[in-house]
Design a protein around this ligand. Structure first.
Ligand SMILES: [Cu+2]
Length: 457
């Protein structure tokens, strides 16, 4: 029940810190739109406020807002959600406004934002605005800068966006549980001048990780390192949207890491530059070309390249266990082990027994194995040339000629020009020409051990 006293208290607190909303104020709460699909929504062009070039959130969407007396007002609802992580597997997660991660928040440098946060979780929560420079009382650290948001209550955060860049939001309350359950979202502050750092396509996603036992729906929240689903925006390959790009476009991909380990993110076919970090934009003179960039825990990175090479280019975390779905890690390596005889004997006892892994693990990509319900194959995905044998943090940058400006529809597989695909040698391989043997000369090694510090100058 809200008393007059708590209303006055809330208003006063609103000047200095996150405030509990009274019922009177709650009557004017902005709408809290809800998303029921894991598909990528088209970029949301701003219907009011300062103009900007919107981002495209992989398997996500941008939260609409309302303008009120010069404030941009958003309404986030923290709540249990069901998230399809890939076709064939759904997880019981916690998220915002119907999905995990929550919607992307987009605003512009200089914007005054008011964010209403309603707690429909079974426990208290807060939201921390990761990377944003703001008054201390708006920082969202439960117990330190504000009281926890109790179950059923709404708090208000008010601050001005001082600089543009790439940010995130997540709870700072029972963090281990709440992040392991998927509470997080992306936050983009666009530059005041839409021409500054302008690109043609600007993709965003968060990296998150879950530990969901095969056949079950709810993450184990106490897992520290051994997660079994490495996801982008709570999706795993083949459920992650391709990054569809028009040839010639300037492309930016912004990535935030809210897992418990680093991810070396690798793009095929291009070299790129890191143009943005947690702290802001990287000046041109401080950039260097890369094909892999490590995104550490709690970091954000923006990478950019000009899409001049058409094709289907793999884009993934380079830790090979992060491009697989749930698996048992304590399986012994069977490469080179001859199972003949042993298998027959075991089959008499265990009729379903199957020999796995004696030629490597690639069979897993093609095998139709009986899996528990709600479980994804460990290595999966079908490409134009067969099984892709991936999972987890893997997607494809699809660069095509002549797409429409805001067309993000999957164009299908790349059609390679004739003569540009690796091919099998026909017939019997010809004899390799042996290289002429090098003349044998006697080599005398003379080794002088360093004495004193002479070798160090
Ligand atoms: Cu990784």
């Amino acid at each position: 029940m809200t008393t007059r006293r708590s209303f006055i208290g809330a208003s006063a607190a609103g000047l200095f810190g996150a405030a509990l909303v009274s019922r009177a104020a709650a009557a004017t709460l902005p709408e809290a739109p809800v998303m029921d699909k894991p598909d990528m929504a088209p970029p949301l062009f701003p219907p009011n406020g300062r103009p900007y070039n919107p981002v495209a959130t992989l398997n996500g969407w941008t939260l609409p807002w309302r303008m009120k007396d010069g404030w941009k007002e958003f309404h986030l609802i923290a709540e249990p959600v069901r998230r399809q992580m890939a076709p064939g597997m759904t997880a019981n997660l916690w998220g915002y406004n119907g999905q995990s991660p929550g919607p992307t928040l987009e605003c512009v440098e200089g914007d005054k934002v008011r964010i209403f946060v309603t707690n429909k979780l079974p426990e208290h929560t807060t939201i921390h605005w990761h990377g944003i420079l703001l008054p201390n009382g708006m920082d969202g650290v439960g117990g330190l800068t504000q009281p926890q948001i109790p179950v059923g209550k709404t708090f208000v955060y008010e601050f001005q966006m001082k600089k543009s860049g790439t940010f995130m939001y997540h709870p700072h309350a029972d963090e281990m549980t709440q992040m392991a359950m998927g509470l997080m979202g992306f936050l983009v502050v666009h530059p005041k001048d839409p021409k500054f750092m302008a690109v043609d396509r600007d993709f965003v996603f968060l990296m998150n990780a879950y530990d969901i036992d095969p056949g079950s729906f709810t993450p184990r929240v106490n897992t520290m390192l051994d997660f079994n689903l490495w996801s982008w925006n709570s999706r795993v390959f083949p459920g992650i949207d391709p990054l569809v790009v028009r040839r010639g476009d300037r492309v930016r991909i912004r990535i935030g890491n809210l897992t418990m380990t680093n991810h070396p993110i690798h793009l095929h076919g291009y070299d790129f530059e890191v143009t943005g970090t947690d702290g802001g934009w990287v000046p041109k003179t401080a950039r260097w070309p890369e094909v892999t960039t490590d995104v550490a825990v709690g970091q954000m990175r923006a990478i950019e390249f000009t899409a001049n090479a058409p094709g289907d280019w793999a884009f993934h975390c380079h830790k090979s266990h992060h491009t697989m779905n749930a698996m048992g890690h304590n399986v012994p390596t069977m490469i080179g082990v001859d199972h003949r005889g042993v298998a027959e004997k075991i089959l008499k006892l265990v009729p379903d027994y199957m020999v796995m892994g004696e030629r490597g693990m690639a069979d897993m990509g093609e095998m139709e194995m009986p899996l528990p319900d709600n479980t994804l194959p460990m290595m999966t995905g079908a490409g134009p040339f067969g099984a892709i044998e991936m999972g987890g943090m893997f997607s494809v940058v699809k660069v095509r000629e002549g797409l429409a400006r805001n067309d993000y529809k999957d164009p299908g597989w790349y059609r390679h020009p004739p003569g540009t695909v690796a091919y099998a040698l026909e017939g019997r391989p010809p004899h390799a020409e042996a290289a002429a043997p090098a003349p044998v000369t006697q080599v005398v090694l003379r080794v002088r051990k360093p004495s004193g510090d002479a070798g160090h100058r």
